[in-house]
Ligand binder design. Structure first.
Ligand code: SIN
Ligand code: MN
Length: 276
């Protein structure tokens, strides 16, 4: 799949692009089944709500490690995901800076304060702030599920100041967030935040400077989403004094090959063969 000129223009105008019906129900079922399996693994790459419910599973794309997943690895290399990223990055040489599966559990899943992703990554040593994240909806998502909201055009503001917030008692990871006063200004001067809702299989591409946030999951259904952050190999981070872990700041900057669009389903078939 290649993006049209119009889609590329929309991405650059809004800082995000929503593509419904990108992955099939069968593919989503494979990814969901593997997510169920990963939720039972005990690993440092897994972060939890205070209640104990799994909230985020990082580093699912690598070949090694306790949370490796052939299905997610295949997903990150499908032409449907990788080719649009290459178009938006103007490069055929991209690698994965990190992956995370956010399993925002029914009623227990907490929100995420308004931020730009680069508000976190600026400390990781990247020169250019033009990374692209793909977000795959793996459950039918409405606002009540604690959907993400994006502020259209906010990526054009450049990097905003972020404060460090460790008051999010419900969640293990401290968050970085944009100050309330600044947010009010931004919301008054931009189009209303857009909820990222849709059917499972919807793919969203978004810019690392797009301001976004989400509320708690108020519904009785889990909200499952997979995030893959791609970066140009040429923009790999320089050394920093205290680098964050490989699970969130990957140092595997081998350019990714575009693999097969059947990769996710193939991974499930291989798993069945291995078991038999
Ligand atoms: C994020 O901002 O990276 C994720 C927030 C969410 O999953 O709600
Ligand atoms: Mn984010």
């Amino acid at each position: 799949m290649e993006l049209t000129k119009q889609q590329i223009a929309d991405y650059h105008r809004d800082g995000f692009l929503v593509i419904p019906n990108c992955y099939s129900a069968e593919e989503i079922a494979v990814l969901r089944e593997d997510t169920e399996r990963l939720c039972k693994v005990d690993a440092a790459e897994i972060f939890r709500e205070r209640s104990g419910a799994v909230r985020s599973i990082f580093r699912v794309h690598e070949e090694d490690g306790p949370v490796r997943s052939a299905a997610y690895r295949a997903l990150t290399r499908t032409p449907r995901m990788l080719k649009p990223v290459m178009q938006l990055q103007n490069s055929d040489e991209v690698y994965i800076a990190h992956t995370k599966v956010n399993t925002k559990s029914a009623l227990e899943g907490s929100g995420w304060l308004w931020h730009q992703d680069f508000g976190y990554w600026v400390h990781d040593g990247y020169e250019q702030n033009d990374m692209v994240t793909t977000l795959l909806l793996m459950s039918d998502t409405k606002e009540i599920h604690g959907s993400l909201y994006m502020i259209p055009g906010s990526h054009k503001l450049g990097l905003l100041e972020h404060y460090y917030d460790d008051s999010q008692a419900a969640y293990q990871l401290p968050q970085r967030a944009v100050e309330t006063k600044k947010l009010k200004e931004i919301m008054k001067s931009h189009a209303a935040p857009v909820p990222i809702v849709g059917k499972a299989g919807t793919l969203v591409l978004f810019h690392c400077l797009t301001v976004h946030g989400s509320g708690a999951n108020m519904s009785a259904e889990d909200r499952w989403q997979a995030y893959v952050t791609y970066n140009r190999v040429a923009n790999r981070p320089h050394d920093v004094e205290k680098p964050r872990g490989d699970f969130v700041r990957s140092t595997n900057w081998q350019p990714l090959p575009v693999e097969s669009d059947s990769g996710i389903l193939d991974s499930a078939r291989s798993a069945v063969l291995e078991e038999s």
